[in-house]
Design a protein around this ligand. Structure first.
Ligand code: DGJ
Length: 728
């Protein structure tokens, strides 16, 4: 039993293999947070100390007792309106315009298995893998009931949370703020690590001390965004990869989100994660309800490596739904950086021939195959094949590629519309624009109102027509701008609901694709990694990590991404040098080594590379097949921090039982008469000897982990060294 309710003390404990999360139904029915951390079997309510605090009000039922104030107590789901003035997890407005409510415990139920959430991504589990507790709180005067749902994943040390709000009264109410997860932690001086960036430079870790000034991140872009990821870590000030208390929080949501941490006046720390409250207002009529997205959290008592291992396992086993017949995924070549918009079938077939000769398994036709799209100013929304440009139908092209023994993939961007399109001529009101106001273009395109089912239906049907008439194995679903000018022409005036409904419409679109084409592998993308989140991974098992394919920049991007997301989810391709985004030249061996730490592929004209590079491509593909099982199932170790160590970067993927490991080292700087650098490996068996299959040399596991491996000093920039260690 992972969930235990102790009747005498009113304590609810959620236990995973190594963690305990504890709450208490406190005095007057207020739900208090007691503890989250190392697994223990103890009543943690002694941690709560109550004093008469000035300006911290007391609920009327406390009478003369001035020591009970929600302004000072650690809460599980703090709502505005009952005396807690801190930033809250729940704010509702009554029909009369007044704010607030007073939520008290009503009851709870414990169930086998894992709850699901209507229309939203949620982790799944077998009945023997997870347990659920649903705690009901209510305020009868305000006419609101709240269900706090917790899923407990014993093996992966993960706990999920989600909230359902129901209007149980007669009057309309409005949900103005709803956090999926909120927690008040006692006695912890901590840092928050967020993963921030920009287009082409996503998920760069930034560590800040959590003080009395709130730290917050979020998105108002309609996607989770390149700028901030809906994942963060809260940890001991000294925590590192192998040491210290570390908590990871992620939201399974791909739209506007908000995360905040701060230390409050009496020293406890509030940690919140949920939908972005800005521009959010969700009306509920009598009997209606609203479901929040799901948050997931984990705790590690030994730093970030264990935290990542728990989240990687959880994402791989409980979030991602793989396509049917999912075997080893084929190495792909994508036409984008090879040809951009300048192609016809002949050129694509030539790329397929060159790719096939080198061992590539799939050709992906990227942007530019529809409407009259020869640049990025036009045709989004016109999802009919430009047979004039291609010189054949999509069915014929797909068949020719299959005849060559390659699979065939296609790029789509369903959520978008170009003003220069037939669709826009016919339905200008389908794009987000506020009548009578100027609007924002981005990449010269507008966004379709995916909160409206008829628009999703139209786009789905148009694309299904293409897919039904061509044998397609893979889809890359892109999204290339942030959303503005939110307005819907369906007559409903609740603009505060639209960004959330947009996200649901987008999920519905992919879900329909998955249902109709269960064998198609779908890769997510939003100008690279603008929608790289756990919500998206429920629909698309891999996501294009970044539009930046410079291998040295990718070292940092993949490093930051790896804290939450496993390598098998990260789209990583070898591209041409000088790199199209940065102008940097990196040897093919190094570009390959970096891309091998993700879902591997190529993104260049393979007909234009030298014979020597072709040989390296063949070798790279052979290595992909050799290492793929490890990349998919192994444990990922960050051996260096490339944000700090500017000399070299190293990472390792090791089998869980320590029998095999692949270690990759990339030099980041080069010197005359260089000293020797050493890198310590992890996750090996200390008492065993390993043979490096690539050099034939043998090493003791203990030696590699305690004294390290000397990185060879050889001339040249950006060298890569890959060791394939096999237990002897
Ligand atoms: C942005 C993507 O990230 C690229 O890989 C490419 O598909 C372009 N869009 C196409 O427009």
């Amino acid at each position: 039993m992972s969930i235990i309710f102790e009747k005498e003390s009113n304590i609810i404990s959620l236990n995973t293999a190594n963690t305990t999360y504890q709450m208490q139904i406190g005095k007057y029915g207020y739900l208090l947070h007691l503890y989250y951390g190392r697994k223990l079997n103890a009543d943690m309510s002694y941690l709560i100390q109550s004093y008469d605090r000035g300006f911290s009000g007391n609920p009327s039922d406390t009478g003369e007792d001035r020591t009970f104030s929600l302004d000072a107590l650690p809460q599980e789901f703090p709502a505005y309106g009952n005396g807690d003035y801190r930033d809250n997890a729940f704010l509702m407005k009554d029909a009369d315009g007044t704010f607030g409510c007073d939520l008290r415990y009503e009851g709870h139920r414990i169930e086998k298995g894992k709850y699901s959430i209507p229309s939203l991504p949620a982790a799944f589990a077998n009945d023997d893998e997870a347990e659920t507790i649903v705690i009901t709180l209510s305020d009868k005067n305000a006419g609101v009931e709240v269900e706090l749902k917790y899923g407990v994943f014993e093996r992966s040390d993960v706990i999920t949370r989600a909230v359902k709000v129901k209007n149980t009264g007669k009057r309309k109410i409005f949900v103005n703020r709803i956090m999926s997860s909120s927690m008040d932690m006692l006695g912890m001086d901590a840092d928050m690590i967020t993963f921030n960036g920009r287009h082409g430079n996503e998920r760069m870790p930034e560590r800040s001390h959590i003080g009395d000034t709130a730290l917050s991140i979020g998105s108002r872009r309609g996607t989770s965004s390149h700028q901030h990821n809906p994942f963060f870590i809260v940890c001991d000030r000294e925590a590192n990869e192998d040491y210290g208390d570390a908590y990871g929080f992620m939201l399974l949501y791909s739209g506007n989100f908000f995360a905040e941490t701060f230390r409050e006046q009496y020293g406890s720390m509030r940690i919140m994660l949920g939908i972005q409250p800005d521009m959010f207002e969700y009306p509920l009529d009598e009997g209606e309800s609203f479901d929040s997205p799901e948050a997931a959290m984990t705790y590690s008592e030994t730093g970030f490596t264990k935290l990542s291992h728990s989240l990687h396992s959880f994402i791989k086993n409980n979030i991602i739904r793989k396509p049917e017949n999912d075997g080893i995924r084929p190495v792909l070549v994508n036409s984008w950086e090879a040809a951009f918009f300048d192609f016809n079938a002949e050129k694509i077939l030539k790329l397929a021939d060159d790719a096939k000769e080198l061992g590539v398994g799939m050709l992906v036709l990227d942007d530019g195959w529809f409407g009259h799209r020869n640049d990025d100013f036009t045709s989004l929304g016109d999802w009919y094949v430009n047979e004039g440009k291609l010189g054949c139908s999509m069915g014929e092209l797909a068949a020719k590629i299959h005849e060559k023994g390659l699979k065939f993939g296609l790029w789509i961007e369903p959520e978008m519309i170009s003003e220069d399109s037939d669709l826009y001529k016919e339905h200008p009101d389908w794009a987000y624009r506020i009548p009578g106001r100027n609007f924002i273009r981005s990449r010269s395109q507008l966004v379709l109102d995916f909160s409206r089912k008829e628009i999703v239906d139209h786009i789905f049907n148009a694309l299904a027509e293409v897919i039904d008439n061509a044998d397609i194995d893979y889809i890359k679903m892109d999204m290339n701008r942030s959303i503005t000018d939110v307005y819907t022409g369906d007559g409903v005036q609740n603009y505060g609901t639209i960004m959330h409904k947009y996200c649901i419409g987008m999920y519905d679109f992919i879900e329909r694709l998955r249902e109709r084409y269960p064998e198609i592998l779908i890769e997510g993308c939003s100008g690279g990694g603008g929608r790289f989140d756990a919500g998206m991974l429920h629909y698309t098992p891999q996501i294009w990590t970044s539009d930046n394919t410079d291998a040295i920049e990718r070292v940092k991007i993949q490093y930051g991404t790896s804290f939450a997301y496993p390598p098998v989810t990260m789209g990583a391709h070898v591209s041409v040098v000088p790199n199209q985004q940065t102008g940097r030249s990196v040897p093919m061996k190094t570009r390959t080594a970096v891309a091998l730490a993700g879902t591997f592929g190529y993104e260049l004209d393979l007909g234009l590379i030298s014979d020597e590079e072709k040989e390296e491509v063949r070798q790279g593909i052979a290595d992909y097949y050799k290492y793929n099982a490890l990349v998919r199932d192994g444990l990922y170790y960050r051996l260096t921090d490339p944000m700090k160590n500017r000399e070299f970067a190293a990472w390792e993927i090791a089998a869980e039982d320590g029998t095999e490991a692949v270690v990759t080292i990339v030099t980041l700087d080069t010197h005359c008469n260089s000293p020797v650098n050493y890198v310590r490996f992890k996750g090996l068996k200390a008492d065993a000897v390993y043979r490096d299959e690539n050099s034939g040399k043998s090493y003791s596991g203990a030696a590699l982990m305690s004294a390290g491996y000397p990185i060879p000093v050889i001339p040249g920039e950006y060298n890569a060294f890959v060791l394939h260690l096999i237990l002897m």
